[in-house]
Design a protein around this ligand. Structure first.
Ligand code: COA
Length: 156
């Protein structure tokens, strides 16, 4: 395979690549507005990581660190990662790119929370993510999946 996970620079080219993904939405549009307003290219503080095949972006995810004081999922309470917008372009699915991104996220050694898309539960199973015990006030209709590094368990 040989492609590596890269932190994505937010510039007009990257935002153009993002349009090929189904989960293109308000977050991308607001980044585009920012770019147009500030004319600052190559913001490197974006939460996006991706994998290029040649010069084509074929997989991406967003990864955001949440501070321990807001942690309602893990015990002991600690900083954790929220992963969203994991997506592999159709022609590149089933080749290990999704797994490579998730393993990259795990390599920080922090617990991870994600809100999976429908129909992806088998993938998350294979990635060792577990459903949380639903808490109406905390989860409010979401069905988050979490990954626990060694020594971390569910918060009760
Ligand atoms: N159903 C069952 N198993 C799946 C799967 C699926 N839809 N997608 C991946 N897997 C399994 C693979 O067989 C592989 O197993 P292995 O490690 O035993 O070989 C493992 O999960 C890793 O697969 P990988 O090649 O890394 O998956 P991917 O690069 O295609 O990424 C998604 C997975 C879900 C992120 C990606 O396919 C995607 O973005 N899909 C978009 C639409 C969607 O959610 N589809 C779900 C099916 S409709």
């Amino acid at each position: 395979m040989g492609s590596k996970v890269e932190k994505l620079k937010i510039n007009f080219k990257t935002l153009e690549e993002f349009k090929k993904f189904k989960q293109y939405g308000i977050q991308e549009l607001s980044m585009l507005e920012d770019l147009e307003a500030n004319m600052v290219e190559d913001h490197s503080d974006s939460p996006f990581y991706g994998i290029y095949f040649g010069d084509k972006l074929v997989a991406r995810m967003s990864l955001y660190q949440i501070d321990a004081k807001f942690d309602r999922y893990f015990y002991p309470p600690q900083n954790y990662l929220e992963l969203w917008k994991l997506e592999v372009l159709p022609d590149y699915q089933g080749k290990g790119y999704g797994k490579q991104l998730v393993e990259f996220a795990k390599s920080f050694g922090l617990p991870i929370k994600t809100n999976p898309r429908v129909h992806s539960s088998e993938f998350w199973n294979k990635m060792d993510f577990d459903a949380v015990e639903y808490d109406m006030e905390r989860d409010r209709g979401e069905n988050p999946l979490v990954w626990y590094p060694a020594g971390v368990e569910a918060q009760h």
